[in-house]
Write a protein that binds this ligand. Structure first.
Ligand SMILES: Nc1nc2c(ncn2[C@@H]2O[C@H](COP(=O)(O)OP(=O)(O)OP(=O)(O)O)[C@@H](O)[C@H]2O)c(=O)[nH]1
Ligand SMILES: [Mg+2]
Length: 266
């Protein structure tokens, strides 16, 4: 069992002065509102309702802390940060969040690493870049997770990842620090990149890493469509007997067309 499964909600903080000073490392999850931060935290910790995920953007409005303890006591913390860039939040409240967020990632000594989540369909928005630029001077490592990768085809996903790595390489070239800046594809629903992300988080928190078992799901948008077509072709072929089944296995889509029973003449 992964030690991340031990994560338990501890406290919600709305002002930096209220941050607790336990001497343990923490990893924070940041990103635009609706990027999938709370969902990512839930799947990485293999819990359904650890962080509150929602279709309504702007759901997480404060800093939420989750504690990971073992028999010896408190070991580490995970932090769900308020999403930024949600247009419908009124000016004053929005400024408060963004300042809270910026201050937290710049000054929090206990922060061991930042996971920055970006929707893979629109990564590196202006505010995402602002976050990277605030964070880089800390010299701490960064993991960019390109979320909802299941919404892309395999090709689109590969191109998005290559572009993201290029952007990070440019940031690394401009920065004085030697900190590792990494980008990876991620999908909570299709379980893309889960173990790799969990491994990085555990390494930053100095916790042992246990991989979660593989679950077979069609990972990318194109793959899901293809497997549905194959299934449909297989079902039609089963109705037609062995010869047609063989044909369907070779050319599944065509088999669906030829397998349609013709209406008898009236
Ligand atoms: N298809 C798909 N949808 C996802 C994935 N991850 C999250 N979502 C959906 O995206 C929406 C937003 O997810 P949240 O995890 O609440 O996003 P958040 O970044 O915490 O949002 P705020 O709290 O508003 O900042 C929800 O409807 C999730 O179900 C994913 O990997 N694939
Ligand atoms: Mg959230």
């Amino acid at each position: 069992m992964s030690i991340l499964q031990q994560a338990r909600f501890s406290v919600t903080v709305n002002h930096l002065r209220d941050l607790t000073q336990d001497p343990v490392p923490e990893v924070a999850f940041a990103g635009r509102s609706n990027a999938g931060k709370s969902t990512a935290l839930n799947v990485l910790c293999q819990q359904k309702r650890l962080a509150f995920a929602s279709k309504t953007p702007g759901r997480t409005q404060h800093i939420n802390f989750f504690e990971i303890s073992d028999k010896e006591g408190l070991k580490a913390k995970l932090v769900d940060l308020p999403g930024y860039g949600y247009a419908e939040v009124r000016g004053g409240v929005k400024l408060h969040w963004e300042k809270l967020l910026g201050d937290y990632i710049q000054v929090r000594g206990h922060l061991a690493g930042l996971v920055l989540l970006m929707d893979a369909r629109r990564p590196f928005t202006e505010l995402d870049c602002q976050m990277v630029e605030w964070y880089l001077p800390t010299g701490k490592p960064l993991l960019v997770l390109l979320t909802k990768a299941d919404k892309l085809t395999r090709n689109e996903a590969a191109q998005t990842l290559a572009r993201a790595r290029k952007v990070l390489a440019e940031y690394a070239a401009q920065s004085d620090s030697q900190a590792v800046l990494e980008a990876r594809l991620f999908s909570a629903t299709a379980r893309i990149g889960l173990n790799e992300a969990a491994q990085t988080v555990c390494a930053w928190l100095e916790l042992p890493f246990t991989p979660t078992p593989e679950v077979k799901v069609a990972p990318y948008a194109g793959a899901a469509k293809k497997s549905a077509e194959k299934k449909a072709a297989g079902q039609s072929a089963a109705k037609l007997g062995a010869g047609a089944k063989l044909k369907a296995a070779v050319k599944p889509v065509k088999a669906v067309k030829t397998a349609k029973p013709k209406k008898p003449p009236l």
